[in-house]
Design a protein around this ligand. Sequence first.
Ligand SMILES: [Zn+2]
Length: 206
Amino acid sequence: MHDKDSLAPMTADEVLQVLRDSDVLMEGHFLLTSGRHSDRFMQTSRVWQHPERAARLGQALAGKVIGRVGGDAFRSVIGPAMGGIILGYEVARALGLRAIYAEKEGDRMVIKRGFQVSSGEPFLVVEDALTTGGSVRRAIEALQAAGGVPVAVATAVDRSGGHANLGVPLISLMELDIPSYSPDDCPLCREGLPLQRPKALSSGRP
Ligand SMILES: [Zn+2]
């Protein structure tokens, strides 16, 4: 089904270097969606601009998943839109499997676009970066509602600090802990650094 030699492993340092090369890790003074402040912000999508980097990360993650749960544990890959689509596609490509995605509909996620899920079909769930695991959890609910079975979750960057509690094994290429501060007790505020809202950093920038 797949050539294991093509699933070249990557160290956490190598993954971090790829993220740095892609300007994924931004430094400054950021307002997070949680309301807290941080000196770093991950704009993960920036790495997916580069197909060859996406392919390399997908191969390394596929190899790690195979090492953990085996190559026969799942038959398809699903990712939550948007973050999980490209990495899920690359993991599936590396393993010779198909990839589908779940997408937001109101507060939940659903599987649309004519994607078929067989009853009891085992899936690998892929997300690009995982913090609270909310999107992954909603994708799992969509998968289960369609009759599929999640076998494991795979992500390039695990930022959960081991607190994701997804009910299945979580496999990552690297773990990353980015400190955040209460607005009342933020060293960056005390330095008078201007606060940036990363959600606004979406277009018109290189
Ligand atoms: Zn601050």
